[in-house]
Design a protein around this ligand. Sequence first.
Ligand SMILES: NC(=O)c1ccc[n+]([C@@H]2O[C@H](COP(=O)([O-])OP(=O)(O)OC[C@H]3O[C@@H](n4cnc5c(N)ncnc54)[C@H](O)[C@@H]3O)[C@@H](O)[C@H]2O)c1
Length: 466
Amino acid sequence: MGSKDSSSSERGSRSPGSQTGTTGVVLQGSSGRSKSSDQSVTKVTILGAGGGIGQPLAMLLMLHNDLIQHVAMHDLIDSIEGIGMDVSHIDRRCKITTHLGPEGLPEAVKGAKVIIIPAGLAQKPGMTRDDLFASNAKIVYNIMKVCVHTEPNAMLAIITNPVNSLVPVACEVYYHHLSHESSLRNNPDTKHEETADENQTDGTGARSAGGANPVSPDQPGSPAKHSEHSPAICGPKSICSAAPQKPKFHNSFRRIFGVTTLDVVRASTLTARSALFKSEPNGMFKDPSTIKVPVVGGHAGRTIIPLLTQATPRLDRKKLLEDKATRTTLIESIQQAGIEVLNAKKGRGSATIAMAYSACRFTLSLLRAINGEPNIVECAYVHQPTPMFGDLHYFATPLLLGKEGFTKSLGIPGQPTEGSSNKQQSQNPDGLLPYEQAMLEEGAKELRLSVARGEDFVKERLSSER
Ligand SMILES: NC(=O)c1ccc[n+]([C@@H]2O[C@H](COP(=O)([O-])OP(=O)(O)OC[C@H]3O[C@@H](n4cnc5c(N)ncnc54)[C@H](O)[C@@H]3O)[C@@H](O)[C@H]2O)c1
């Protein structure tokens, strides 16, 4: 029983300023201290666990103790110990530990299979997700530096907004630190972590924006700085400062996810309740769990792109094409759902309950994939192995999940195959409709700016820290 287990609680340091530096407080579970490295215990960490999302999320994760045996709760607020204690009284055999402040962070993430990050400020009415960037970019940047050093192989699920810019922040930090460390070790196994699967973009190129080259042109043995690339003189493009620097995909990006599951969950629910379906004689709506709508793009306003033509089961395509009012109302209700909740909560928080449910669902999918279950697919916002819309590296798509992150991006469902004409596309009974193509182009434009914002932030931080 949980109550019995919690009586064996062990208390570490409570205050952030503690002289002992002890960080974890074990509230429930096996005897005594957290053995973070014990592989038989699956540990999931929540950073920002004391907040509106973190609290119900910890409870939901604990209920899934078939997959999760240790939930580590980290926050800056000193009530985190009490919040953890509260959760720990649920009658499940799952260890809860609490971790306070920056000094508690390494112990919180150590040994975690999945690190979920809702840490940071939430929107207030009248604010956009982008308004959160200045404060939340710093928070995510600092957290990433600890994660990449302490538990670089953990999956990262980033909830903190603006997701569209903060996932690039996370990837840039990982890229910089991992490629820097591997070049210091000069280890051929880790130096070329780029992937070689079907999603690989380029086997040779180094990265231009924000990331360090695996072998810097300034390192001993590399060609001196010059203005033109000549293969005979410079050798491989990846070490030449004058060669066009093609973006490179780093394997760690497979483990960094912007959580967009709430958009997918809302798309199911709001589609089921929309005018596309008649309500049943008893007044009930269609069961949302039977409707799957892929949501691609990003996680803010018009970058949230629900592809209604790609839903399963198939929706009435003729109605979607001809009934602009119905489809626009539905799409906007999905895109604006977060703002609706924010306003309706009248300044007392943004979406938290449905978000906690969605983060739990995403985490369970990650863990099932880690455990080797096949065919686990979730939509998420990631650094794509192959650029989209010409040069855009970050986009939410359905992803096939595996033991070490996503193994494959499934791309944009219904997207025309290369070389097919507009006529062929419009006649494809399963393809995207023109309005969806237009939404994708619009979303891509907005995402380019959000990505650049995140990458520039890291570039500036890194140069000021040098
Ligand atoms: N991705 C999505 O779909 C989605 C949906 C809803 C909300 N969000 C975002 O999630 C974030 C959290 O929302 P919330 O409602 O839980 O906010 P909240 O303010 O209730 O909770 C945030 C928690 O993070 C903690 N925190 C702040 N800085 C920290 C740090 N450096 N380390 C550890 N903890 C830290 C705070 O103390 C607080 O307890 C917001 O940015 C919000 O916009 C995302």
